[in-house]
Design a protein around this ligand. Structure first.
Ligand SMILES: C[S@@+](CC[C@H](N)C(=O)[O-])C[C@H]1O[C@@H](n2cnc3c(N)ncnc32)[C@H](O)[C@@H]1O
Length: 264
């Protein structure tokens, strides 16, 4: 039943996007190019020629040299990574971005063990405030939207934020709990300098979280997404935002990582 509903949602989602691309979307050069790529893809397939798969990672690329050059950040637990974590390189990239942007306020969606939260805290000034939102295990059965099967294990845990609890950096960190789809961001409007979106990787959640976080950002602030190249829900949502919502037209993918960024 869940599979049938997922397929139905996928079908209507695709219809909606194709419909908009074939009407007002035709005014947009990037969308026309995407349509052409799709047309060529099926043409090639139909004529039994060699098919080059369409690269779903359409976001323009940037790189660490363009963004910050040398490594100036501090780290802790950078090598202790596994499922659900940023890689060593990604954690270093995020830490350097935090160092460079020197934010007063950070908002993270998706605390997990708090490894990235801790490293963001290590790279901020002493009066910075880092708020990190996590879905508590007991909220798993009542999320407003469906989360991915593969991420249930990151929600089910005894302690959220174990990497920073009891650490001196914890004085900068405020933990909040809830479902990002129903959590009220009203008190954060226009207050956040840097946000890290790494909660549910389901398409609807990434769209929800991205739009909600955008409403909290100060002009010039930086949004960071994790897992652009790892989860289909993330790349589908970010590609769509990039192509169809002008507020996201400057999103970039950092080469060699699964990180996407937007300076607002
Ligand atoms: C991949 S982990 C985050 C990893 C962490 N940001 C890091 O860098 O180490 C995903 C986290 O998102 C949380 N999460 C999943 N769905 C959520 C939702 N709807 N609202 C808030 N948090 C959610 C999970 O509980 C989990 O802690």
């Amino acid at each position: 039943m869940a599979n049938f509903l997922n397929n139905l949602r996928l079908y209507f989602g695709v219809c909606r996007r194709v419909g908009s691309t074939l009407t007002v979307g035709m005014l947009d050069e990037k969308r026309r190019n995407n349509l052409l790529a799709l047309y060529n893809h099926y043409e090639n397939k139909d004529s039994q020629q060699d098919v080059t798969p369409i690269d779903p990672f359409i976001l323009p690329k940037t790189d660490v040299f363009e963004l910050f050059g040398n490594d100036n950040a501090q780290y802790e637990g950078v090598y202790e990574c596994g499922f659900g974590h940023t890689t060593e390189f990604e954690l270093k990239v995020i830490s350097n971005l935090v160092k460079k942007f020197d934010p007063n306020s950070i908002f993270e969606i998706g605390t997990f063990q708090g490894r990235t939260t801790l490293n963001m805290a290590l790279n901020t000034k002493s009066n910075a405030v880092i708020t990190t939102l996590d879905l508590p295990s007991e909220g798993l059965s009542s999320t407003a939207m469906e989360i991915e099967e593969g991420e249930i294990r990151y929600v089910k845990k005894d302690v959220s934020g174990e990497r920073f609890i009891g650490h001196p950096m914890a004085q900068k960190i405020t933990q909040v709990f809830g479902d990002s789809a129903t959590y009220s961001f009203a008190n954060y409007q226009n207050t956040i300098d840097l946000a890290f979106i790494d909660g549910s990787h389901a398409y609807e959640y990434v769209i929800n979280d991205s739009k909600k976080i955008l409403s909290t950002m100060r002009p010039g602030g930086l949004i960071i997404w994790h897992d652009y190249t790892n989860w289909e829900g993330v790349w589908t949502a970010l590609n769509e935002l990039y192509l169809s919502d002008s507020r996201f037209k400057n999103i970039k993918h950092i080469g060699g990582t699964s990180i996407a960024i937007l300076q607002v």
